[in-house]
Design a protein around this ligand. Sequence first.
Ligand code: NAD
Ligand code: DAU
Length: 507
Amino acid sequence: MFRLLLEPDGAPGTVELDDPVGTRVGDPVREDGAAVDPVEPAQLRAQARAVEDVVAQDERDGLVPDEVRAEHERLREAVGLVLHDVLQAEPELGPVAQQAAELIDVRRGGDDQDLADAREHQRGQRVVDHRLVVDREELLTDADGDRVQPAPGAPGQDDPSHRHTITSHPGGYGMHMHIVVTGGAGFIGANFVRRTVATRPDVRITVVDALTYAANESSLDGVGVEFVKGSITDPAVVDELVAPADAVVNFAADTHNDNSLTDPWPFLDTNIRGTAVLLDAVRRHEKRLHHISTDEVFGDLPLGTPERFTEETPYRPSSPYSASKASSDHLVRAWVRSFGVQATISNCSNNYGPYQHVEKFIPRQITNILSGERPKLYGAGANVRDWIHVDDHNDAVWAILERGTIGETYLIGADGERSNREVLALILEATGRAPDDFDTVPDRAGHDLRYAIDSSKLRRELGWAPARADFAAGLRDTVDWYRENRAWWEPGKAGTEAAYARRETPR
Ligand code: NAD
Ligand code: DAU
């Protein structure tokens, strides 16, 4: 067990390492003093040694208050990593390690900010832990201070009967990181949550989602993360969730171009105002934000040219959806520059994979075929999209969260350019249909011609590369997923097609 103490005599404080049972931080031991033989990723070891370095340095130099807080964060992280190391090697020590993480304590006179932070942190935990049933009403009832009333008809406000049982997965404060994932019941957000839980057991996740028509709660079945039904446009909900977290990953948005042509207003509300509410909260609580955006902010490219979007391409959005996403990016940059918010942005190309709503191109065509209907191609099908598997997108998001430079934008793409006609041909082939077994329907108004991403900055600076670059293989897997998960998509299929039929029937 590790305990970190700072002298209560105000700044400059002293950092001590109280190590009653261990030999040193790098050699974790059981409570009885027996040595643990951790399976050690080299990185964790390096971090562990950094604790001793920091302590020695602090003793030599003393620290000014801000530095103390920064060092505290580093120490907490390093100790958390050692405890993670212990857990990897000796899972039965889980409760002991968890207790140790919670006992990491900082005491400092003069500036009581750390204690205030810790109390706020605990309060946040209490709110979440007590929420066996969660919706925004309960969250607000629990909150201190003024209640902020959501606008009538705001997303997520209309269904008071909605209830969610929550469970926690292992991890928590002190172990590594607590993130708030907005829009986590949507396509990319749900895949992000699932992948993070599967690959990073030391990350604690709180999902907040307004559960619009685009969400599917069952995408998170069996995952066991904390779930809050609420809107990112609701400042009270956002504030309550951001306060105890380390970072926010913002997937929440209205996302379908066709819908933005019918009714732009929800897009402006969630994508612009919602992002501003998040920015305000991360600014107030000094938390990290990663904002998920789209390549559509750059407008479109001509067909048949080698030109691609880069981080320097000027913004030229075409639809109300892409204009609202462009606005949100501008807000993030403004908050970074004006207020020093710790944020990054990524603009990704078209995603495909499991859990995508049947309104979108690839799932619509697959589920049409699986329902005995013909696929529907807009216009001549010549428009080009740059496809990336959703897992590759989400791995890039983690690379940016962990290694990205604050204030920077990264473009994410997997060199997956295909015309809609080519994609449809692959789907028809994967489902055993004839190549001409589809209908053409009236084109989308203002339809962007071509998107193409140059992701060399992300690859060069952060070492990311797509692991699922074989588009045809990924598409076959996606067809299989929809074939095997009819219960996930069938309930929404008829309603979606009825709306499309109204739009696509020539008058
Ligand atoms: P999606 O429509 O499948 O999911 C969006 C989720 O956000 C839904 O669960 C919805 O309920 C939730 N949401 C909507 N309004 C909300 C609000 N006010 N408060 C809280 N939650 C709200 O979208 P997606 O395809 O998963 O896209 C996620 C993000 O990625 C979006 O920001 C989108 O612009 C971006 N993006 C998507 C793609 C793509 O190909 N799908 C590509 C690049 C970027
Ligand atoms: O580029 C990233 C963007 O990709 C994201 O920001 C958006 O949120 C996401 O929806 C997606 O936008 P698109 O408009 O490119 O995706 P969509 O799936 O709606 O359409 C893909 C292409 O397929 C587009 O050229 C229109 C065409 N299409 C679409 C549908 C639904 C058809 O030909 N037939 C269809 O039935």
